[in-house]
Design a protein around this ligand. Structure first.
Ligand SMILES: *Cc1c(COP(=O)(O)O)cnc(C)c1O
Length: 409
């Protein structure tokens, strides 16, 4: 923030803060954007001054490149601002932002609670590396309540992990309720807040450590991978920071600079994408081919009440479950036929994407509620009429491939 010392008459809106956060350099004569710094070795005029710098390992005064430099720290300041935290650690990818705090708070013999709806690579990390380290994971249904999670906590449960909404199936969790139950038994609450971005303020809802894949909307252009781990309490920041340093976590300053560029327009992109995403979700909800639309901001959709209670907006990623009469092959034929939707993982860029996720729904704590094929949509910045026209043609292909005569309503 350039104006830390200036009196604040009213809290500034996000759109305002995104134009000003992380730009301390502009207070001294300089360019609008922070300059890009690259480097490994940092030189000192004397042994004494180098020694003094080494004592401040935790602070934003690095003595070696791997500790990050002013380019990293400018982005860290913006992300902490977005999430309502105090400090942030940038890491190399969203997945590294998941694994770094898990390793910071879990040790051999510990137990960890993870939602069944969790991002696939997070599940793979828990089942693989954490198991190998002697850390046990239990998966719980994402719709569990505080009493349910309390009953699952053991004396050695060190972490309650949350991801709300789930990034493939969009279950919204009762974050404050679950966090309260975890804190009552001494566990830390870690949350993947990639979908919520700034629409969900994790630290106001009891979260200790917030994880984001900046790869998504913050970068916004599908050309950079980055992750962030944000904290509110100083002790949490120290723990995350020391673990990131111990693991050699480092992000390219070029990538951080691109993310700083992306974040300046994020508020505008998100407003547009939120509107378009909801319009497409509503359109799908009115179609006879559709069994359910998994968009928490859509009235009547699963998780809508919790979303309305805890969120101030929505991104443009959601799921559509088609009627069970349609085969996976028919859903894939529809997906293949779309002209404006790229087929691929990730999301949050300027372009629309589609991903059949049928095979990705892994459930070990309860059954998945739907029988029909599930397709995930990310709505980009294209014209909404063009997108719906493309999807309308896609549904014709779905019907043709199913051999069924479902009439559009
Ligand atoms: C994409 C994603 C990640 C991982 O981000 P990468 O930068 O691709 O490693 C983590 N969590 C969620 C919910 C995601 O969607």
């Amino acid at each position: 923030m350039p104006d830390d010392q200036a009196p604040r008459n009213r809290p500034q809106a996000l759109a305002t803060r995104l134009s000003h956060a992380g730009r301390a350099g502009t207070r001294v004569r300089g360019f609008v954007n922070p300059p890009l710094l690259r480097g490994s070795t940092m030189l000192y005029p004397s042994c004494e001054e180098r020694q003094a710098a080494g004592a401040t390992r935790l602070d934003q005064a690095p003595n070696y490149g791997v500790m990050g430099n002013a380019t990293h720290h400018a982005l860290e300041d913006v992300i902490a601002e977005i999430e309502g935290g105090t400090r942030c650690q940038i890491v190399s990818s969203g997945l590294a932002a998941v694994t770094t705090p898990l390793l910071a708070y879990l040790k051999s013999g510990d137990h960890c609670l993870v939602p069944d709806s969790v991002y696939g690579p997070t599940r793979a990390f828990c089942d693989g590396l954490l198991t190998r380290l002697g850390i046990e994971t239990t998966y719980y249904r994402a719709d569990i309540d505080a009493a349910g999670i309390a009953a699952m906590m053991r004396p050695n449960t060190a972490v309650l992990y949350l991801e709300s909404p789930g990034s493939h199936t969009f279950e919204v969790q009762d974050v404050p309720g679950l966090a309260g139950a975890a804190h009552a038994r001494g566990a830390k609450v870690l949350m993947d807040n990639t979908w919520g971005i700034h629409f969900f303020q994790p630290f106001r809802h009891g979260v200790d450590v917030s994880i984001q894949a900046l790869t998504k909307y913050v970068v916004g252009h599908s050309d950079v991978l980055l992750g962030s781990v944000t904290t509110a309490a100083d002790e949490d920041w120290k723990r995350v920071r020391l673990t990131a340093l111990a693991l050699g976590q480092y992000a390219s300053p070029d990538d951080c600079w691109l993310a700083l560029r992306g974040v300046r327009t994020m508020s505008v992109r998100l407003q547009h994408q939120m509107r378009s995403g909801l319009a497409v979700a509503e359109w799908f909800a009115g179609r006879p081919e559709v069994a359910g639309v998994l968009h928490p901001a859509l009235p009547g959709a699963p998780g809508h009440d919790l979303w309305r209670r805890d969120f101030t907006g929505a991104c443009s990623l959601f799921g559509v479950v088609f009627q069970p009469e349609f085969s996976n092959a028919a859903a894939c034929a529809m997906v293949d036929s779309l002209e404006l939707f790229g087929i691929g993982a990730s999301w949050g860029g300027f372009e629309s994407l589609v991903l059949p996720t049928t095979g990705h729904v892994v459930r070990t704590a309860g059954a998945w509620d739907y029988d029909g094929p599930l397709v995930r949509f990310h709505i980009g910045l294209e014209d909404i009429g063009d997108l719906i026209a493309d999807l309308d043609r896609g549904l014709a292909v779905l019907r043709a491939h199913s051999g069924l005569r479902v009439q559009p309503g």
